[in-house]
Design a protein around this ligand. Sequence first.
Ligand SMILES: Cc1ncc(COP(=O)(O)O)c(C=O)c1O
Length: 364
Amino acid sequence: MSAKRAFNFNAGPAALPLEVLQQAQAELLDYKGTGMSVMEISHRSKEFEAILQEAEADLRDLLQIPANYKVLFLQGGATLQFAMIPMNLRPAGGSADYIVTGAWGKKAFKEARLTGTARAAATTEADHFNRLPAQTELDLDPQAAYLHFTANETIHGVEFSAQPEPPAGVPLVCDVSSDFISRPLDVSPYGLLYAGAQKNAGPAGVVVTMIREDLLERVPENLPSLLNYKALAAEGSLLNTPPCWSIYIVGLVFKWVKGLGGLQAMEKRNRAKADRIYKAIDESGGFYRGHAAPEARSLMNVTFRLPSEELEAAFVAEAKKQAMIGVKGHRSVGGMRASIYNAVDLPAVEALVAFMKDFQSKNG
Ligand SMILES: Cc1ncc(COP(=O)(O)O)c(C=O)c1O
């Protein structure tokens, strides 16, 4: 492929592996002899059923998902999961606990309060979401319907390295949208995990939800079918027309991750990338300042500031001239954010680090 590709540091939708795009391109006009693209075949066809089954099997293999978990490919993004989780898992009159460590956890908490009671078991907002709470800081309700947290806060760049401990019998629920399949994850401590695909796993349009089967018994009968985990699970993600193309690409990404050696290899690669940028920040003598406390640093979204907003604007503009896209931070945090998901390779990170050093030498 001779196309000129950008160094893509977008936060999501984000970079996809070149090999996956090339395979999709090769299969675009005639998927496996059908004479149609995956966008044109029936979701009830044997070709699409195979795509769905393989995507699930490959994910089960990558994460070693226990047999008593359902894997669902849903729509509405992670944001609809914010609403569906309390609707499905919090009984009438019950309450759910939320650990709020950034913008996404805050949104999930807000959504849960629209339909019932939710408590903040902790919030680090007073510290501008630059750190994670210790287990001892958590004010946990032993009767909570579940305990929700956000594994990686995409906007603030803080990531849990170990999951918080819920009280006995309280299911742990986690938004893994921005660190999904970036490293090994033991699914067994969780009641439910969910991930919007458009960061590490594919295009927007599909969210992967993994739910322990016993929790399906909590689902109220009167929920609309498309919001009802039990109904969705019973139909194997085919309750209505699913986002076929997005599922197809996600399936190709799962195979790509497996081909690279699985999640341990992915973690090694992701750590090497993140280390390079954090080292550049730490060795800049204060020119670059990381937003996250060192022990909370995300492997996926590196957030940092420069000495002034003028320099930050110049950094973004200069980076763009060198085909580095997406380095501007979210407006709520300011500064820079480099999202270095699975498909961002080491040469892209090395190009960014070289650029950071060069920019500092000219402007420091
Ligand atoms: C951690 C996290 N949760 C939830 C969302 C919302 O995802 P969606 O836009 O798919 O609803 C995002 C999107 O960036 C995210 O990063």
